[in-house]
Ligand binder design. Structure first.
Ligand code: PGA
Length: 257
């Protein structure tokens, strides 16, 4: 059985004190529960807080993730951060292909693919985001978009590397909007995504890949989503910024785990 995985994507939020306080409180709360035995938990703060928060959560069992990375090893790439730098500060995960990077910053499938290969090549784990826009869903293009994103993003990945990939299905129309996909909509997209992974890597490997759902996940809808057979956790934006809400989602997972 796949262990559920709940990750908090803090995006460009919180100041230094707030970030340290939230990580510290989370560490304390999770230490006094057995949730981590049932659910993997990670936080993905802004780059500038990673080193400090790596120290704060050290030994807690909470994973540390970055929200992005550049694919080159080093050199004249002003403003960019390498995989080795993320490893240096204690990251084990990197989010790749988040919809805000695809649609606000303008990252292409090709750039996302290069980043994904760089992360896996560097030995870290990937949270690989896919998801359709509202107009794509309304034009019945959801499956076409998901298949394109999966095939281009995961091309050339080895079976060993796939064990370090979590896919996050995040319908763009549900991110930060308060609109959540229904359990049925999520299950349908997750099942379809797993079938494409099975086509690329075989059924056995596809059964081991975790597929998180993301898009307005809250404590009151988390259990309904994560109870679906192909929904293996959540990538949480807004609700990951509030201790109680994020813990509520982790607990919803633990109650199913
Ligand atoms: P949200 O963001 O939970 O605020 O909708 C999810 C995400 O973008 O990962």
């Amino acid at each position: 059985m796949r262990k559920l995985f709940v990750a908090g994507n803090w995006k460009m939020n919180l100041n230094y004190i707030e970030a340290v306080t939230l990580a510290d409180d989370l560490k304390e709360q999770l230490a006094s529960s057995d949730d981590l035995a049932k659910v993997d938990v990670a936080i993905c703060p802004p780059f500038v807080y990673l080193a400090q928060l790596g120290q704060v959560i050290k030994g807690s069992g909470i994973g540390l993730g970055a929200q992005d990375v550049y694919f080159e090893k080093n050199g004249a790439f002003t403003g960019e951060i390498s995989v080795a730098m993320l490893k240096d500060v204690g990251c084990s995960y990197v989010i790749i292909g988040h919809s805000e990077r695809r649609h606000v910053i303008g990252e292409t499938d090709e750039l996302i693919h290069q980043k994904l290969l760089a992360v896996l090549g560097g030995g870290l784990k990937v949270i690989f985001c896919i998801g359709e826009l509202l107009e794509e869903r309304e034009s019945n293009l959801t499956e076409e978009v998901l298949e394109r994103q999966i095939r281009s993003g995961l091309a050339g990945v080895t079976a060993e590397q796939m064990s370090r990939v979590t896919v996050a299905y995040e319908p763009v129309w549900a991110i930060g909007t308060g609109k959540t996909a229904t359990g049925d909509q999520a299950q349908e997209a997750h099942k379809f995504s797993r079938s494409i992974i099975a086509d690329m890597f075989g059924v056995e490997l596809a059964q081991q890949v975790r597929i998180q759902y993301g898009g307005s996940v809250k404590p009151d809808n988390a259990a309904e989503l994560m109870a679906r057979p192909d929904v293996d956790g959540a990538l949480v934006g807004g609700a990951s910024l509030k201790l109680e809400a994020f813990l509520g989602i982790v607990e919803a997972g633990a109650s199913l785990g």
